[in-house]
Every structure is written in structure tokens, then in C-alpha cells.
Design a protein around this ligand. Sequence first.
Ligand SMILES: [Zn+2]
Length: 291
Amino acid sequence: MKPIKIVLVITLVFFMSVLVLYTIEEESVGQPNVVQLSKTLYRITFPYSLRTNTAVSMGKDGFLLVDPGFKQTVPQLRKALNKLGKGKIKYIINTHPHGDHRSGNIIAEPETMVLGMHDAKMMVKKGVFALGSGPLKGFTGQQFETYYILKFNGEEIRFIPTPGTHSASDWLIHFTGSGVVHMGDLLLSQSFPAVSRKIKEYFPILEKAIDVFPEKTVFISGHGKELTKQGVKDYLNMLYTTAKMVQAGKKAGKTIEQMKKERILKEYESYNTYLDWLTTDYWIEVVCKFL
Ligand SMILES: [Zn+2]
């Protein structure tokens, strides 16, 4: 073979392998599940790893993303956004700073503002956010003390700091016009809550969310399916019921190991299905040690 042919063959093989690798990379994160929740709001999830839920606001102002998930899913997320419409990514908001929610921030464009809970006060100073006037009051007197406001794609988005139970800087993100709240990992609709020793401070957050957000609100979980308000109530009741069962076992002198072995929460094991370490066994331990 002539040297020029050898070079051509090598080049061809190189590009073919790059194409194959690219395709494998693309396929390994799977196809996105895209659900439209309002005229301007979508929830996108890839069947990859912990299956983080991304919220996407798309409209005349461009894109705002909440939790772009894993960096591995970014090429496919970009494609999914292109299918929704054209526009710049103006904001990326992280419900909290864990890697499964923010490593996908690499999707940011040069002008994108990437924001987390700790940036809120600075954003007020810069005139990007407004500070909400007074607390956000619920139907029966519960309230969130502080919130921040951003107007985007024709609706008021409210950011409500609720730090300290899952991470040091969680906040809830309420799309008021769409009637949707992204709860981050403060709601794991198909797992037991990832709050460990802060369990006592966690229940009031769900109580407040139920009281403050309007009746028809859709609640996006950090991971897992969306819930209606009734769904959140049922979830919280399930947590109270199972906690009582564990406490009764403890009072009767049973050890953690005994309760796990007896599978005292057997009928609630369906909540094990999504994040496989947040199981009934985990819950028995958390309730025994920290409640
Ligand atoms: Zn998470």
C-alpha cells in the first residue's frame, strides 16, 4: 500500500472509532423522559445513575434550568433543550450543591448565571433577585420566613431557603405561574428521606410545604416521580406511621438488628425502589438513633 493510502486508512479508522465511542457514550445515559408541566415548564430525567430530575423553564426570556444533573448526561440534555426551542441558558439554579445535581452545570454558556442558595443575598444587591415582602404564609398559620423573587418567562419564581437537613444550603424553588415546586432532595418520593440525624428538623419542612403551597401544586422530587399535594401528605403520613412503628418496637425492647431481621416495615418496602440505600433498614436505624 502506498503511504498516502495508509494515512487515509488510519484516519478513517480513527474517525470511525471516535464515532463509535461517541455513540456508546450517548447511549449509555439513555433517552430523556421529558414531561411538560405547564406552558413554559418541563421536567427532564435520564435513566442514568441516580436519575436526577431537572426542571427547565423555556420561553421568551430563554432557558432557566434547575439541577442539570450529571455531567455525563449534558450532551443529551443539550439535545433535549434544542428540541424544546431556541434561546440562551440565562440561569442555572442548584437546589443544593451535591454532585448529582450540579456536575451538569458544565452545560452553562458564557453569559449563564449559576446560582445556589448562598448567592441569594448578593443577587438582591445586584438587582437580579428581589427580596420577598415578609414571610410566605400558609393556610393554617405555618410559614417560610424568607424568600427571593425572580421574574422569568412570564412568571414569578420564588426561592425559599430551607438549609440544614439534607445539605447546608437547600432551597425550594416555586414556579408560581406554573404551579410547580422543585423540592430538590428535600422530597424523595420513592425513597425514605436522606436526612439522617436531622430527621426532627425535616418533618416541619414538609408540613410547611403542604401548608404554604397552593392546592393544585405539582411537587418535583430530587429523584423519583412527581407528587400532588395529596401525594406529599400521604408520603409524610407514611413517614410518621413507620416512625411510630419503629419507636413502638424500640419501646418493646427490640434492637435495630432485630427489627431489620423481622422486617417490621415489610409493607413499606416499595419505598426502597428508587435510591437503593434509602431503604426500610436505613429508616429503622435513623428513627431509632435520631428521633
Ligand atoms: Zn440528589
